[in-house]
Design a protein around this ligand. Sequence first.
Ligand code: PMH
Length: 382
Amino acid sequence: MENYRPTKAVINLGAIRKNLESFQQRAGHAEVIAVVKADGYGHGAEEIARTAIESGVHLLAVATPDEALALRRAGIDRDILVMGAVPPAFVPVAQRENIIVTALSLEWIETAQQAAGPGQPLRVHLKVDTGMGRLGVQPEEAETAYAKLASSPFSFDGIFTHFAAADEQDTALFDRQAERMNGVLKRLPEGVMVHVSNSAAALMHPSVACDAVRIGISLYGIAPSPFVGEHSPIALEPALSLETEIVHVKKVQPGATISYGATYRSEGEEWIATLPIGYADGMLRGLQGQEVLVRGERVPIVGRVCMDQCMIRLKGPLPVGEPVQLIGRQGDEAVLIDEWAEKLGTIPYEIPCILTKRVPRIYVNGTKNAGLPFQSTDSMIR
Ligand code: PMH
C-alpha cells in the first residue's frame, strides 16, 4: 500500500503478546479466547489473530460470518467462533470451513438443522441470555435447547453467556447473571466447554472463569471502564498509537482565524501547525481542543477539525516533518485512548474502531523502551 502521508496507526504486537500472557497467567487453567471482531477492534484482525495463535490461543471469536470467512481466506486455520447471529444460508459454509456458530434460540436450532448439509457436522456453542438481553436462550429454555442440540447431528462444543455490567463497581447485575448461569450449568450434564467472562469479568471476577475467558478490549491494552482501569490487577499495555507529522507551520498575527467557522482566534502572535489528519480518518470534530504531543509536550488542537486536516498551536517554531503523537507516548507524556473517549463523551472501545481504513496500520513487534518510536524488530504495512 502506498503511504506517502505520514499519518499512521502503529500497532505494537509485542504489547498484544504481553497482554495475552498476563491474561493466560491470570486465567489459570482457563484458556484465553482472543476476540478479534470489528477488525480486531480496529487493530487488524488478521495480524492480531496470528499473534494470538503464536502465543498459544486455540480459539478466536468474531461477531459476523463474514469476519470468520475473512480470517479463513487469510489462511488462518485455528478454530473460530461467530458470536453473532448467522443466517441459515451460512450453515453449510460453516460446516465446510469448520467455523463454530452460536445457537441463539430454540427456533434457530430448528432452522439450522433444516439448513445443514452433508459432510462435517455443524459445530455450535449455545448462548444463554442471563441478563444482557441481546442473544441467547432464556435460562428456563436451556435444558430444552441442550436436549435439542444433544440429539441433533451438530457437534455441540460449548455453552456461554455475556455479562452486561462486569466493569462496574456495583456488582448486583453481574452477581445475578453469574447466579443464573450457575443455575443453568447445574441442570445440564458436564462435558462441553463453558465460557462466560469478557475482559472486565476476567480482571475483576476471576472466580467465574470456567473453561475459557473471551478477551477483547484488554487484549489491546485498554481498560473496559475507568473503574476497571483503576483496579486492574494486570498492567495493561496499549498496543495502538496514532502518529503523524507537521506538514505546514506559520506564524500568525493577533486575531488570526483558524479553520471552518473561525471558532478560534489567535490572542497574540502564535505558531500554528497543520496536521494531515481529520475526521475522515476517525479523528472526530469533537476532538477540537484535545491535546497532542509534540517534543514530549502537550499542545492543543485549535479550530475545527476538518475532513483531512487539523491545526495545532505550537509553543514556538518547529520544522515541517516534526513528529506528532496523537495517541500514545512521547517522552514522559502520554495521551491514552481513554482521554479521547472522555473528550468525545464515549467509551474507549469506540476509538480504535472508528479509525478509518485511510489510516494505515503499521505493525511493529518490538517491546517499548523509554521513549517512542518503538524498537522495531520487524515491521509490515497493510
Ligand atoms: N464476548 C462477547 C459476546 C462480546 O460481545 C464481547 C465484546 C466480548 C466477549 C469481549 O468483551 P471485551 O471487549 O469487553 O473484553 N462485545 C462488545 C460489544 O458488543 N460492544 O462492545 C463490546
